[in-house]
Design a protein around this ligand. Structure first.
Ligand code: CO8
Length: 267
């Protein structure tokens, strides 16, 4: 995958663990981190649909025990003009869209502060797990700003428009259990060690399923988000038709009938 100044990459079983590694600044998204994320997601995007993938899922987390990602780097932002800031935001849009386009699930393992751009990066993952000490906010109003890495779009998809408005207008920081209650987080773990273990266990569970089915489901769900029911059903029908034509589906259905375990070929 290459070398990255601000990212750690480790393969563990069927999972790739990506760690944003800038703990002295709470893993804030300095330009270097954004470039590293941009380059890495570019490399991952070139792996294509499935056959070339060495792993079945990705866990995205932050270095240390305090912070997932504390947002954009405010020190760097302080000397930027609006055009430079917009260009920086656009790079992160690319990163978030690439994460959503990967054919394997990405789990955000939120091990501390997920603030501003950190919360937005986590929301570009398929779903979020959190350690009990994690906290979430879109605090841009404190800086006279608004969310810039997709928070206005993805927060309302996750928690509904009312809760999204309240969080964005107040900049209020919420704890992991509150984020779970709102539906932002799927599960809360008692500490960061069990958080990582839980995320890895879910990737292993997914790894026993058909790779093409998981990829098809991910594509359809992302495409359907925001569509009305009729248009959404149209997208689902095409996804279902595609899944039905895969070897995985032939193997999966025959194994059920033969009462054996399926061995999915992944195509
Ligand atoms: N940017 C730069 N440095 C940071 C950031 C950050 N976002 N967060 C923390 N740091 C640095 C601190 O400056 C400090 O550095 P130093 O030791 O050199 O003084 C170090 O990390 C440790 O931080 P604290 O001493 O503040 O530690 P605390 O435990 O007291 O507090 C907090 C931790 C709560 C995370 C606190 O640092 C904080 O509130 N940080 C800012 C969080 C924030 O507001 N994030 C949102 C930023 S806006 C954003 O993300 C919008 C994205 C879209 C913009 C796109 C346009 C460019």
């Amino acid at each position: 995958f290459g070398d990255y100044e601000s990212l750690l990459i480790e393969q563990r079983g069927n999972a790739l663990i990506l760690t944003v590694n800038r703990p002295r600044a709470m893993n804030a998204l300095a330009a270097q981190v954004v470039e590293d994320l941009h380059r890495l997601t570019g490399v991952l995007a070139t792996l294509g649909e499935g056959g070339n993938w060495p792993v079945r899922g990705i866990v995205l987390t932050g270095a240390g025990d305090k912070s997932f990602v504390a947002g954009a780097d405010i020190v760097e932002m302080n000397s930027m003009g609006a055009d430079a800031a917009a260009a920086y935001a656009r790079r992160m849009h690319d990163v978030t869209l690439r994460l959503e386009s990967l054919p394997v699930p990405v789990i955000a393992a939120v091990n501390g502060f997920a603030l501003g751009g950190g919360c937005e990066l986590a929301m570009a993952c398929d779903f979020l797990y959190a350690g009990a000490g994690a906290s979430f906010a879109q605090p841009e109003v404190n800086l006279g700003l608004v969310p810039g890495f997709g928070g206005s779009v993805r927060l309302q998809q996750r928690v509904g428009i009312g809760a999204a408005r309240e969080l964005i207008y107040t900049g209020r920081r919420i704890k992991a259990v509150e984020a779970e209650r709102l539906g932002l987080v799927n599960r809360v773990f008692e500490d960061n060690e069990s958080l990582l273990a839980g995320a890895l266990a879910t990737i292993e569970e997914i790894a026993s399923k058909s790779p093409t089915a998981v990829a098809n489901a991910k594509t359809a769900i992302n495409e359907i988000a925001g569509l009305n029911v009729v248009d959404g059903l149209g997208v689902e029908l095409e996804s279902f038709r595609k899944a039905f034509g895969t070897q995985d589906s032939v193997v999966g259905r025959s194994a059920f009938v033969a009462k054996t375990a399926p061995d999915f070929p992944g195509r």
